[in-house]
Write a protein that binds this ligand. Structure first.
Ligand code: C5P
Length: 402
């Protein structure tokens, strides 16, 4: 989940409503992740939620305020109005049938429903209940009402539920709930933009079991894709053989070889506004040995012949129209800025992000990177060592100035 941990939300606040389901433990993990992203989190537990989980757990994990009852004692007499005045989004996770019914019908008979009634910002709900309760006409009608009012539903998922039944009702996984909530509080400055990202390594098959590849984790590209999605872009990812989680509404084309990546990227590019090619594409592929496994018996050495793969980035650069922008990466071991400058021109790019691959804390499989960024107008910046998610965020900031 490293590609979801953006540290760009300091000063934002989510109000987390937790209602009574066995899935309530997931809300603790959500809180932990929000805190990692710098978000402030306040929490309200319904009385049902308190049967499963304690307010103290949320406080211990960094919630700055936890409400557990409708009429708190002390100074906090307007707690039912507080999130409405200060929270940037409200997430109800898990959301039970009863909590959804209360909110849909404007009841204000517990703290969470009061706070929801007095809240006019973005509301998200991650339902969790028995599949028969989810399918019940009353729940269907309540959810339709809430959707019509703009509540964003994440899940529920199909699968086995706690009571042993099988069907739709299980609370969605952490990733979609977390990512959708971040998107609700993120700027939407890339909304209306269609973005193409390539990421990960490629695998060039040689025989039935062997391939030529590299250790790219795809984290940089996955972070760039998520940053664009959070900021409102319509994102298409062409992913080499790595397994990052992406939201359901992102188009993800999974490929293996450079040839497959080339085909997918070239066919998507004409309909995109921005391309960002982070994939560590193999420059050469072995001439295939055949469909069977090569037998080592009797062989002292092995010579494999290679042929060149097409340069995907260069081809997209050639196809690029005036209203499209193209970003490339350059993995270098020396003379980073000069090498990147050459590639910027040779591949007709708007921006190039060059990084050393022979330094600790940068390059393949690292969570951080130390990059040099150059744009087509002569801008040249060395950025400090930063998490790849932070670099991703800054790339989108910068591109809008090119
Ligand atoms: O020339 P070099 O391989 O260093 O360029 C790296 C950039 O080109 C990266 O953005 C990479 O994704 C892209 N590339 C590509 N197709 C290739 C080789 C590299 O798109 N065959």
């Amino acid at each position: 989940m490293k590609h979801l941990l953006f540290n760009n939300f300091t000063g934002k606040r989510v109000h987390l409503g937790v209602s009574g389901s066995v899935a309530a433990y997931k809300s603790l993990e959500l809180l932990r992740m929000f805190r990692k992203c710098g978000l402030e989190v306040s929490v309200t537990l319904t009385s049902g939620a308190q049967e499963f989980i304690k307010g103290l757990s949320f406080e211990a994990l960094g919630a700055y305020r936890v409400w557990e009852r409708m009429f708190p004692t002390g100074e906090d007499v307007f707690g039912h109005l507080e999130p409405g005045q200060a929270a940037d989004a409200m997430l109800i996770a898990p959301a039970t049938a009863s909590t959804l019914a209360r909110i849909a019908n404007g009841l204000a008979d517990d703290m969470l429903s009061c706070q929801a009634l007095a809240y006019d910002g973005p509301v998200l709900a991650a339902p969790a209940m028995n599949p028969r309760m989810w399918d019940a006409p009353a729940t269907v009608a309540n959810c339709a009402t809430l959707r019509e009012r703009g509540v964003e539903f994440i899940g529920p998922e199909s699968g086995d539920v706690a009571c042993g039944d099988h069907g739709r009702g299980r609370m969605a996984a952490i990733e979609p709930v977390f990512a959708s909530t971040l998107r609700a509080v993120a700027p939407s400055d890339l909304s209306g933009k269609k973005v193409l990202i390539t990421l990960g390594p490629t695998r060039e098959r040689w025989d039935a079991v062997r391939f030529w590849s590299n250790p790219s984790s795809g984290l940089m590209g996955a972070s760039i894709a998520m940053a664009a999605w959070l900021r409102g872009a319509d994102v298409t990812v062409v992913s080499g053989p790595v397994n990052w989680w992406f939201p359901e509404d992102m188009k993800v084309l999974r490929v293996d070889s450079a040839d497959e990546m080339f085909e997918a990227a070239v066919s998507e590019w004409p309909s995109c506004d921005i391309g960002c090619l982070t994939a560590a594409v193999a420059d050469f592929k072995p001439v295939p040995h055949g469909e069977h496994k090569f037998k080592k018996e009797g062989a002292d050495s092995l010579t494999v012949e290679f042929s060149a793969n097409a340069d995907i980035l260069k081809n997209l650069g050639r196809m690029k129209k005036d209203d499209q922008q193209l970003i490339g990466f350059a993995a270098e071991t020396r003379d980073i800025a000069q090498a990147a400058q050459k590639k910027l021109q040779a591949k007709n790019l708007d921006l190039i992000v060059a990084n050393p691959v022979n330094m600790p804390g940068a390059g393949f499989q690292s969570a951080t990177n130390s990059v040099h960024v150059l744009d087509r107008n002569g801008r040249s910046e060395q950025w400090p060592d930063l998490p790849k998610t932070e670099i991703a965020w800054r790339i989108w900031d910068l591109l809008q100035q090119v």
